[in-house]
Ligand binder design. Sequence first.
Ligand code: SAH
Length: 367
Amino acid sequence: MTVSAKTETVNLLNFDRKGLAAFFVEMGEKPFRATQLLKWIYQEDVTDFDQMTNLSKSLRAYLKEHCCITPPEILIEQIASDGTRKWAIEMSCGNRVESVFIPEENRGTLCVSSQIGCALACTFCSTAKQGFNRNLSVAEIIGQLYVAQKRLGEEKRITNVVMMGMGEPLLNFDNVVAAMNLMMDDFTYGLSKRRVTISTSGVVPAMNRLNKECDVSLAVSLHAANDELRNILVPINEKYPLNELMDACREYAKLGPRKYITFEYVMLKGINDSTQDAFALVKLLKNVPSKINLIPFNPFPNSNYNCSSKQTMSRFKDVLYKAGIITTIRKTRGEDIDAACGQLVGKVKDKSRRHLKLQKMDSSNAA
Ligand code: SAH
């Protein structure tokens, strides 16, 4: 973002450490002010500039006049019987996204959205049906982690972030990368790079750029092992077909600690779930260090697909497993609150008024 602090209020949640240091340098301050400020915001939970006692009085006065620390707001909270929590979070202009917290024994994963709606037209995805509205800002992306962690409190730490909510994160590259850099910064949440995962439908040029610019784990939504079917399920495949996608994956896996790529494969009854499909997948991934995550399809109204049976999924898994590929079938979480994968907003949208009435919290509660 441009630094036009003199004329309009700058939301400091829009800066990663580098951006914040540049912001301070431009106003004649030392770059280390950036780490001081990040600590106040993300570690000390202080948003009142007057309380930032290691900043000079004049700097505090300047920040008060020209800057703000404004996170998005939790509008609705739903808690499933398995402890999964879903929040509808209000962004500026009244747009809303949903973030989901999935507690497990040794970790807590937050599923974060990158866009309002989505421009891609994956035929099995409910977000795709809404069309594209806009990119989220850095403040709106990091803000999901900020409000979620605050809401959960100290005893429930968010240890993992997956960019698997609404939107295609690689089509909002700059803001998503800045927000992921912030999440991994030692002066904010200090998440390990192995525990921050970006999921893409396969925007190949952006994957290659990510490879050079940001060190996070990569998940690729594959869903088909041949171009003919993938062109239908994930239409961006027409632009970046499987051979280009696999090249980009091999390149990505070459670097340091990344070791392997996670491939997501949604199980669609009678569409992509035969043993031949499984063998084709093994062949496709032969030279790519891979893990496969089989995702039970989550139906939504007018989705026109069904989920494969348990038996079919486990047969499919066996083929992959016998070929030496680490394969898991994703456990469906938060089913009773529509928090499961692919259910963000879509169907929930029609119901949201009702939920709003039932569950609207007063904002002091949400903080
Ligand atoms: N656009 C990114 C990230 C968002 S979707 C991507 O495509 O990877 C996160 C995951 O949920 C993707 O693997 C997506 O294919 C999957 N998904 C979408 N709709 C689904 C549904 N109805 N059931 C199961 N998985 C779904």
